[in-house]
Design a protein around this ligand. Structure first.
Ligand code: PEP
Length: 251
């Protein structure tokens, strides 16, 4: 079933103590509130277990920001989907543009990560989005369609139903340059149409599609009021409760 979701991506920010403080502050701020969306926080790997045991994970889901493309074994420095699941994290952000650009994650690698995440009961928050040159060349629809096709369209309809998508135009991430509500709606509707053509209307309608890219307390309401925008993946504005809470409450 399609849900409204506000997910924070802390990226490589906050040491363990700072991260625990932020998670506990958010937990306290949400206590007793009835929310109109699910809330998720994507922490660095080493924070996952401590954060998950310090908060009410029924109210705030915990996400990793990546997982290995191998199940286990001699892959020094990697963290497997199984390890993530063992911390009580329930989500994993995959395909973020920073991982695609700086760590050379290809559609094929991401396909493996998605399969391992699903096999270990994690919900992938799968990021897609075009760079500025692609938008200027009016290739943004083709780019996003091929990202979805290349890493996700191998899934059965049942498994695809477990995926959350995040449309993040790369030119809007961390730049203060948000996509307009109309640009977001146009792309989200296109993505839903692409899903419907492959998996049928029900799967397409049940898929949550989040917007990411300089979303904040002042633009969240307008972005979320679009029929095909089911929430946000939030970077910078997830690093303080004062900025994150108003986005959650924009629903
Ligand atoms: C992100 O990193 O996913 C993101 C959307 O960042 P920001 O909100 O800072 O643009």
């Amino acid at each position: 079933m399609r849900k409204n979701i506000v997910a924070g991506n802390w990226k490589m920010n906050k040491n363990l103590q700072e991260g625990l403080t932020l998670a506990k502050e958010l937990d306290a701020a949400l206590k007793g509130k009835t929310l109109k969306c699910d809330v998720v926080i994507g922490t660095p790997f080493i924070h996952l277990a401590s954060v998950a045991s310090a908060i009410d994970t029924k109210k705030i889901g915990v996400a990793a920001q990546n997982c290995a493309d191998k199940a286990s074994g001699a892959y020094t420095g990697e963290v497997s989907a199984e390890m993530i699941a063992s911390t009580d994290a329930k989500y994993v952000i995959l395909g973020h543009s920073e991982r695609r650009a700086y760590y050379h994650e290809t559609p094929e690698i991401l396909k493996e990560k998605v399969l391992l995440a699903l096999a270990n009961g994690l919900t992938p928050i799968f990021c897609i989005g075009e760079v500025l040159a692609e938008r200027e060349a009016e290739k943004h629809f083709d780019v996003v369609k091929s990202q979805v096709e290349a890493s996700l369209f191998n899934l059965s309809a049942e498994d695809f139903g477990k995926i959350i998508l995040a449309y993040e135009p790369v030119w809007a991430i961390g730049t203060g340059k948000t996509a307009t509500a109309a640009q977001a709606q146009e792309m989200h509707a296109f993505i839903r149409k692409t899903l419907a053509a492959k998996y049928g209307e029900k799967v397409a309608n049940d898929t949550s599609i989040l917007y990411g890219g300089s979303a904040n307390a002042s633009n969240a309401k307008e972005l979320f009021s679009n029929p095909d925008v089911d929430g946000g993946l939030i970077g910078g504005a997830a690093l303080g409760v004062d900025k994150f809470l108003p986005i959650i409450e924009a629903f």
